[in-house]
Ligand binder design. Sequence first.
Ligand code: C5P
Length: 277
Amino acid sequence: MKRFAPAKINLSLEVLGKRPDGFHDLQSLFCPISLVDELHFERADRFGFSCSDPSIPTDETNLVAKAANSFGNSVLPNVRVHLEKRIPHSAGLGGGSSDAATTLLALNELALEPKSFAELCETAALLGSDVPFFLHRSAAWCEGRGERVTPVKLESPFAVLLFKPPFGVPTPWAYKNLAGSRELPGISYSPQQTVAGALVNHLERPVFEKYVLLALVKKWLLGQPETLGALMSGSGSTMFALARTQSDAEALRERILEEFGADNWTWVGSTMSSDGW
Ligand code: C5P
């Protein structure tokens, strides 16, 4: 059984305040994109997990293993899970959370006593703030820690360019440094009115202060004729640009690699609507 786990970009991410539990209240528009990890599920003698990317731990700390553990032996026949990893990690693209959600959905299909969707959402929220979003297979407004999900239908798909430098940004670091962070002069942080809504990300402030390259990438993208809007996704380090067509996004990709160097990771694809899976 093969299932796809899509990445996401945040078309907006507003941090409303810090909560007593240490997390932050958010209001964020999450949008799935056509960049996917591939997961294979196969019945086996005992649970097993492997991954195409050797830098990813495959022990019980992996969210896929944690998702599988949340079922318990009595409800789940043993399965072997193999993950073909294409979504970069520490990138703000939700790859690990999406793998976990896809594992929950797939194992629920195999379970002897399947959980209800509401139960799956509860389990997902325990695995991570972004995991419930990925159960919904749709663009969505996410509130609370991120676990309160309201699916929305977006306009027709947009072409997307992703750009990620070789370094990643740890999500806890970005949230921890939000308070007291300052805007860099000459960089635009204000909402950009686009066909996909008002693009804004409050986490750009702390992240750009430390990783100035990302601010320069945003400024450069915003100066290109093909760019409809440009923003950091989640807590970074991926920057994205929306474009009218795939060929516009491809032209941007070619020039951004010339400008910032071919050792950076790039990808061109599109946003996905709820009926595009
Ligand atoms: O929920 P998740 O494990 O993905 O969150 C990773 C970290 O990001 C948390 O430990 C917390 O530091 C930060 N976070 C936050 N507020 C959120 C989501 C995440 O402070 N709404």
